[in-house]
Design a protein around this ligand. Structure first.
Ligand code: G3H
Ligand code: 13P
Ligand code: ZN
Length: 309
């Protein structure tokens, strides 16, 4: 099975009222943990690579690791650029074999966002690659962007039809109250499902993407805090809210922080219990297993895409 785009995955997910997991990858153990989980439950997958991941691990290494995962699992896998911020970066990923790119023009004014997104769509579509655009701004921190809470903005449903029609994007990321990272809500978690519903009404059948969708699973935060870490107030999106989004127009759910927490919690615990060990396989192995268990849980209990590969 060669790499695939997300077109078929989204069509089936929309109709079947479930979502595809888009998991961020940065190294071999993360790729193995995610893809072994998906194989066990026969789920389609989006593996996404940020600019930071590409800088850390190198484009060619990541592509070759993903190729190896396809050979091992036989799963339909889409390789996606997460939060591309320039045409040049998107072009480089398209030319380098990605089957999907995100151009995140959400921090630009509307007309500039349209212009940049359309430029990427024109090039991507000429190469058979699909494009995710973004309208609205999530709060939170990534390698490349740091959006404060005051600068975050919900997606305006009045803009979505024009944006999709003028850019030709294949999917749209929206802001309804999630944010990137491990500290998503100061008080009670709240998502604007009314905005999602209105967007769904205006774009019937069109796949919507939810960023910042880690649940910040308490067991891993606890594992970090109990083993020398310090993450008071870490809080994510409750899983029942993600299940609800997946049953609506949301076809792609982005998860990175949960993987980081599972990996870090497991490694911290390992060293607390085995202070004299120094073979990386001894702590990276359990970290890979933790990622695998986490991804299986997400696929089966939250996304609902098990058995859909
Ligand atoms: O949304 C951002 C992802 O979590 C990737 O983060 O830019 O630190 O690789 P990164
Ligand atoms: P989290 O930080 O909630 O995992 O979000 C990841 C994401 O949106 C990647 O684009
Ligand atoms: Zn994101």
């Amino acid at each position: 099975m060669p790499l695939v785009t997300s077109t078929e995955m989204f069509k089936k997910a929309y109709e079947g009222k479930y979502a595809i997991g888009a998991f961020n990858v940065n190294n071999m153990e993360i790729i193995q943990g995610i893809t072994e989980a998906a194989k066990e439950v026969n789920a389609p997958l989006i593996l996404q690579v940020s600019a930071g991941a590409r800088k850390y691990a190198n484009h060619t290494y990541l592509m070759k690791l993903i190729e190896a995962a396809i050979a091992e699992t036989g799963l339909p896998i889409c390789v996606h650029l997460d939060h591309g911020d320039t045409f040049e970066l998107c072009k480089s990923c398209i030319d380098g074999g990605f089957t999907s790119v995100m151009i995140d023009g959400s921090h630009h004014p509307f007309e500039e966002n349209i212009k940049l997104t359309k430029q990427v769509v024109d090039y991507a579509h000429s190469k058979g690659v699909v494009v995710e655009g973004e309208l609205g701004r999530l709060a939170g921190i990534e390698d490349a962007v740091n959006v404060s809470e005051e600068d975050a903005a919900f997606t305006d449903p009045d803009q979505v039809e024009e944006f999709v029609q003028r850019t030709g994007v294949d999917s749209l990321a929206i802001a309804i109250g999630t944010s990137h990272g491990a500290f998503k809500f100061k008080g009670e978690p709240k998502l604007r499902f009314d905005i999602l519903e209105e967007i769904e009404r205006r774009l019937p059948g069109f796949p919507i993407v939810l960023h910042g969708a880690s649940s910040v699973m308490p067991e891993y935060v606890e594992m970090i805090n109990n083993n020398g870490g310090n993450m008071p107030g870490a809080k994510g999106v409750p899983e029942d809210m993600l299940r609800k989004a997946a049953s609506m127009a949301v076809c792609k759910i982005n998860i990175d922080s949960d993987l980081r927490l599972a990996m870090t919690g497991t490694i911290r615990k390992y060293f607390a219990e085995n202070p004299s060990h120094f073979d990386p396989r001894q702590y990276l192995g359990p970290a890979r297993t933790a990622i695998k268990e986490l991804v299986k849980h997400k696929i089966v209990n939250v996304l609902g895409c098990d058995g859909k590969a």
